[in-house]
Every structure is written in structure tokens, then in C-alpha cells.
Design a protein around this ligand. Sequence first.
Ligand code: NAD
Length: 407
Amino acid sequence: MMNRRLFVQGLSAATLAAKSMTSIAAMNVADPAAPAPVRLGIIGPGSRGKELIRNFLRVPGVTIVAAADVYPPRFQELNQLCGYTVASHSDYRTLVDRKDLDAIVVATPLSFHAEQVIAALESGHHVYGEKTMAFTVAEVNDVVKKVDAGKQIFQVGHQYRYAPWIQSAIDYVQRGEIGDVTHIYGYWHRNNDWRRPVPDPSLERLINWRLYNKFSLGLLAELGSHHIDIANWVFGETAHAAYATGSIAVYHDGRENDDNVQAVLSYSKGRRFVFSSLTDNAEVGNQLWIYGTKGSLNLTLEDAEFFYEPKRANRLPSKPGEKVKAITAGASYRPGGEMPYRGAGKRLDIPVTEDPTTTACRAFIECIRTGQKPVADAHIGMRSALSVITANQSLGARRELEVPAPV
Ligand SMILES: NC(=O)c1ccc[n+]([C@@H]2O[C@H](COP(=O)([O-])OP(=O)(O)OC[C@H]3O[C@@H](n4cnc5c(N)ncnc54)[C@H](O)[C@@H]3O)[C@@H](O)[C@H]2O)c1
């Protein structure tokens, strides 16, 4: 069997044969505990791309070898981050053609994801591809088919799958801790215009791509995709229908994508995920409420808290035949305490030691080294992306649309 370290280096049997036994022995004997080297390339070392690289560099044995970007200042920024010179390419196709990379990170605007992920996979590389996985239903299906047909690792940037407090909390929920979950509400509210400063007007669409529908599916993709992934995880399935509405209520600055969005995704048995994103009020911040018949789970980016429903006392105790005085029992009011429980929740005691992106990056490298399948795989990416794309189409159609079935 091929030595794992050499396998990760991508050395063929012929190359192996050409190496002297002495040098192979030296590699293995030098430091048997040293992790197998993993050489990364990145397409789109912008804001998220550099954050991913920062995290990949924390993993022993990882080197950043090459980068591709259409905006040259990124190369210098990346070199500074790495502390060494990374080879630069203005066209991603020359990067994917390189033979000295084990894996490629794709962190470009959404509209480029599928094309670049597929090119990287076709050239034999493992891929870490940012969410939302792809821009159209056809592209989503193409990515999944390509991943399923090959042997390369593909991990999608749904890093909350790696968050220990979310994993544990969802495990509790799936074991019935809060009864039957019928509704999940996700809020991702911010108070900023989502704009980035542009050094030259000609760069507006490149830098502020999130605001334009040629490149981005707006708030549903950028923020909603994470919450949709969590809803899919809790419900154990993909939504079958999506309805969304939105508007430009605040920032009349030439943007095409809405500055607020509300969406309702329908799952089986009447279950629903309701998503809201505002960009002019950050009061609720980023949180999910998972509502069950016996309690609720509040998930934030830092913790998980359970709140239990009070026992239902629908009527005041009364002896048979005794009339309840001064109460008109009706559909809208019941004596017996229907007020919600306002006390403290039960916080899940899971120590949070690192950012889930750090864990996700380490997990990707581990998958490359061991050949294990990633937790956040192409099917997880597909399930979130299909709802994002359909909800976004619903914004234009102004009606509920069927979410295509996952392939
Ligand atoms: N998982 C997460 O939590 C998370 C967080 C933030 C962003 N993201 C995702 O990461 C991706 C990038 O977001 P960002 O905020 O870093 O954007 P960004 O604009 O900061 O970075 C994108 C980079 O891609 C480059 N680029 C644009 N078109 C290109 C092309 N055709 N070929 C090569 N390079 C190109 C840009 O010049 C830029 O450097 C998006 O898909 C976004 O949704 C994920």
C-alpha cells in the first residue's frame, strides 16, 4: 500500500520508484510523528478566503502554495498573512492545472463557485468550497454528481456542522428533549448597509458583489444558507416548498438585492422554518429558536439554551357541577396560566474552545490525510442551496415555489 504521506503528496507509483530507497527511508525516519504535508491553493483569497487560510495555517503540515484572484492586491495581503510568497495566478484555470497542490479552496463570489469547484475536482484536487454551494439548481446538481463520481474529498463551508454546542443541542432535540419540533425561527439581523468601501468606482461590482443579482442570491444565500442548513439538520430532510418576500427598505443606493428578506420553508408534516434578515436593526442578532411541543431551544453562535414549556393547566380546578366564577372561558383566553415561561433557560454545558471554522478547516485536512468523508459534504451543501435558490426565485415570482428534490 502506498505510504500515506507520499499519497497525500500526490506522488505516482512511477515517481516513487524513481526515488531512492534511502531518501524514502529518510523521509519516514526523520520524524515519524510529523503530520503528512498538505499543499493548498486558493481561488479568491478575499475576506473569507483569508480567514480560511488563517485557520488552515493553524493545522500542522499545511502550506499555502498558490492563489488565484482577479484583484491583484489580494496577493500581497495573502503573502503577509502567510509570512512567505505564495505563487499568484490571475486566472484560476492556471492554478487548477498545477501539479503541486493537494487541495484547492474556493472562496469567490457565489456565481463562480460551481465552475471553479468542478474545474478543481476535474484536475484531481480535493476541494473546500464555500457556501452557498452553487448559484443555480443545475449547478448544484453538477457539483454533487461530480463529487459523487470521483474520489476527491469535497467539503462545503457549512462550518456550524462542526460546532460542538450545536451538535449536542441538536442531538438532544432529535432524542425528544423538547418534544416534537414543529417550527424553527431563524433571525439574522444586522445594522449595517452591507457595503464595502470601493477604491475605484470600476471595482464596485467586484467588491460589492453581494448587492448584485448577477453574482449573489443576497441575504438568503449569504446568511440564510447557514440557518437553512441547521433547519434541514433538525428536521432530517430538505424543505419541499419555499416562499420569500423582501424589499429595499433602507439602502436606496443602486443595489439590486433586497436589504431585508423573510422566508418560509415548508417541510413534511406541516413543519416550517421561518427566516428573517434585516440590515437596519441588530437587536435580535443572529439566533435560531427551535420550538417543540415540550420546550424550545435557543441556538446562538456561542451557546445553546433550553427552555421548557410549563405544564398546561387549561382550567381552574373545579368540582363536578361547580361553575367557574368571573371567568368567561373562550378560544382566546383560558384561566390557568397560558403566559409564557420567562425564567432562565438551561444552558448546555459544552465548553467552546475554538471557532467552528477552525474545527472545519482541521477536519478537512484530516479527511485528506485519512480518506474519511467530510461531515459537511456535497449533499449537505446541496440541501441548503436548493432551498436558498428556490426561496430567491420566489422573491421574484411573489408566490410559493416547489423546492426541487435533491439528486
Ligand atoms: N462560511 C462562512 O461563514 C462564510 C463567511 C463569509 C463568506 N463566506 C462565503 O465566502 C465567499 C467569498 O466571500 P467574501 O466575503 O470573502 O468575498 P470577497 O469579495 O471578500 O472575496 C472574494 C474574492 O474572490 C475574488 N474573485 C472574484 N471573482 C473572481 C474570479 N472570477 N476568479 C478568481 N477570483 C475572483 C475577489 O477579487 C475577492 O478577492 C462567498 O461565497 C461567501 O458566501 C462564507
